[in-house]
Write a protein that binds this ligand. Structure first.
Ligand code: H79
Length: 449
């Protein structure tokens, strides 16, 4: 009796600590800080999306936002919109490429740190309607996404170095800070975000730039509640608040008090984490916005990134910088279509999967779904693998997904040994069919194999 009572008390203590120990995945989410689980698991099922950084600055081929007042004098930068006329922009063509690449969602810069708005906003004239182009790009993309069944996400920078009320200066901007009033800027953001939600119905808002001092935890919490109230199943990244993940891996003592639905490692593959949603954002070339002759990542590198991200339990938001005339670069489209071809064959090892259960190594990562575990082989020369079999699991069959051929295997002392034939292309996928649902399997630590 005593023992039962103690067990009961311990169970309560531990169930609470699990709820609070995890930032996103654990326990019942606080609706003021997190979206609902259904929306989040749909987001995670998507696994692969396209990030798009675009605006008048592409006319100069330098980095969006950061080059205002550095590579380009502020007075010139702020006038570029008068020449922005992407006459070859075709929303259908973009989204067809997105589909053919196997991507399930997009996130487009509606406003970067430079403050220019890519949609028809009634709250500023510094927008697409003041350019010679005069057509609402965000609207056309939202419509095309609906048409092709692609989730539509928007990027919105909290930092706005152009807006007079935004209270931090960048790039040697001489305007005195004391003339700025953050509360007015917050109202401006709320008006614009409401406009974006009501007019274009995004599934996701990707915030950025909230690291500057004038943007506070209180503003972030308030903004999160405001947006959640406007659209209850909206997905909002962690950068809406101050516990920001990005360039560096950061850990916060009490992350559960911060608003935001998922973590955002930037230009790096996130650490293995199958308990909390995360999304790596990464550029296909070196720069976020278009740069002529920028160095581009190849197909193998791109697919290895996708496998590694999925194996760690994350999404990949792969960034394209469209050209000033409105088109994607052909070499980028060609590479993305090759990714799509690979996914036509191997997509079942990426989409709607969980990461693990084996912790990633440099030779392989794993994903899982239903009764299957997918081994993503990352090393061309690898000639065999020995893995501990998860507890209470039986292996029924092993197949090479590329050619559909069965692979012979031995089970020795609860480990499985399989021989591999060195391959000319990586990653390639080995499908392990088990007798059980692999979803609930615990992570198998790297030191066990
Ligand atoms: O929108 C993209 C970037 O512009 C933005 N986030 C992604 C999604 C971003 N904000 N901060 N950072 C990226 C990191 C900052 C890097 C910097 Fe730099 C190093 C800023 C100044 C020095 C990169 C290199 C930009 C200018 C030089």
């Amino acid at each position: 009796m005593k023992f039962q009572r103690l067990a009961f008390i311990l169970a309560i203590i531990f169930s609470n600590s699990f709820t609070y120990a995890q930032r996103f995945g654990g326990g019942e989410a606080n609706p003021k800080l997190r979206t609902n689980k259904q929306a989040l698991s749909h987001f995670q099922d998507n696994r692969f999306g396209m990030f798009l950084h675009w605006g008048p600055v592409t006319l100069r081929g330098v980095e969006i936002g950061w080059s205002r007042g550095t590579a380009v004098p502020i007075a010139d930068y702020d006038e570029l919109y008068k020449e922005f006329n992407p006459v070859l922009f075709d929303a259908d063509a973009w989204i067809k490429t997105v589909k053919a690449a196997g991507m399930k969602y997009i996130v487009i810069t509606t406003k970067h740190h430079d403050g220019f708005c890519l949609w028809d906003s009634k709250f500023t004239d510094y927008d697409i309607m003041s350019t010679p182009y005069k057509k609402d790009i965000v609207k056309e993309l939202a419509v095309a996404c609906k048409k092709y069944g692609v989730d539509f996400g928007i990027y919105y920078s909290l930092a706005d170095w152009h807006h007079p009320d935004y209270a931090t200066r960048y790039g040697g901007d001489p305007r005195p800070v004391k003339s700025s009033k953050m509360s007015r800027y917050v109202t401006y953001m709320k008006n614009q975000l409401k406009e974006l939600i009501e007019n274009y119905d995004p599934t996701l808002i990707w915030f950025d730039g909230g690291w500057e001092e004038c943007y506070t935890h209180e503003i972030g919490m308030d903004l999160y509640a405001y947006l959640r109230n406007l659209k209850s199943n909206l997905i909002i990244n962690d950068r809406i608040d101050k516990a920001i993940t990005g360039i560096e891996e950061k850990k916060y003592d009490n992350p559960e008090k911060y608003a935001g639905d998922y973590e955002t490692p930037e230009q790096r593959i996130g650490a293995y984490n199958v308990n909390e949603p995360w999304e790596t954002c990464m550029t296909i070339c070196q720069q976020w916005s278009w740069k002529p002759n920028d160095t581009m990542k190849g197909l193998e590198t791109s697919l290895l990134t996708l496998s590694k991200v999925a194996g760690g339990g994350g999404n990949l938001l792969y960034n394209v910088g469209p050209m000033p005339d409105g088109r994607f670069e052909k070499r980028q489209t060609d590479m993305l279509l090759e990714m799509g071809k690979w996914l036509d064959k191997n997509g079942e090892a990426i989409f709607k999967t969980q990461g693990g259960p084996y912790e990633p190594t440099s030779d392989f990562v794993t994903t899982r779904k239903d009764t299957k575990i997918y081994l993503h082989i990352l090393n061309k020369a690898l000639s065999g693998i020995t893995l501990p079999i998860p507890e209470n699991v039986k292996i029924n069959k092993i197949v090479n997904l590329d050619n559909g051929k069965s692979i012979a295997f031995d089970v020795v002392n609860n480990t499985i040994k399989l021989q591999l034939v060195p391959s000319i292309s990586i990653p390639y996928i080995i499908e392990i069919e088990t007798n059980t649902n692999t979803k609930g399997l615990r992570t198998i630590k790297r030191n066990l194999y």
